[in-house]
Design a protein around this ligand. Structure first.
Ligand code: CU1
Ligand code: ZN
Length: 160
């Protein structure tokens, strides 16, 4: 009986390990931005600028690359060679962040987010995309700051 329990337990543990390896999304979580972070696209120091920032997890094992602005994240991502390598993308939810100091506790999946393009608010590189977890919060931002609300999959390079 004891041997049976041991082998069952062992089997279960192996199964757990196997699942973790096959499903890397479980470990893809965003990281905080730090003073030493530089933008992967333009090289600017990331902290010290207003507006939502972005980060991507690329390659295997996944490495984080960070961006000064949602604009630089999306411009980088939409280059065809970067799309297949990208495992995850994160942006700040500006409904739960101060525009001047985006809050890293509210980094959300960029593919699920809604974007306001062409608003009056500026990011690290000037005009930027304001990112939100819900379409409703993106619409209320656009009502106040101008711009158009788009889903991630509607974003195109020529709008940036
Ligand atoms: Cu920049
Ligand atoms: Zn940048």
């Amino acid at each position: 009986m004891k041997a049976l329990m041991t082998s069952l337990c062992l089997g279960f543990c192996l199964l757990l390990t196997a699942c973790q390896e096959e499903n890397p999304t479980t470990i893809l979580t965003p990281q905080e931005f730090t003073r030493s972070d530089e933008c992967h696209l333009c090289g600017m120091a990331i902290l010290g600028f207003p507006g939502p920032k972005g980060q991507a997890l690329v390659g295997r094992p996944a490495q984080v690359v960070k961006f000064c602005s949602t604009r630089d994240l999306i411009s980088w991502y939409l280059q065809p060679e970067n799309i297949p390598n990208t495992k995850a993308l994160f942006v700040h939810d500006m409904a739960r962040s101060d525009w001047q100091h985006p809050d890293d506790r509210h980094l959300i999946d960029a593919r699920e987010a809604w974007y306001v393009v062409g608003s009056s608010q500026r990011g690290a590189m000037g005009p930027t995309l304001a990112s939100f977890a819900t379409e409703e919060s993106a619409k209320s931002f656009a009502n106040q700051q101008g711009g158009n609300v788009l889903s991630f999959y509607e974003l195109r390079l020529d709008q940036l």
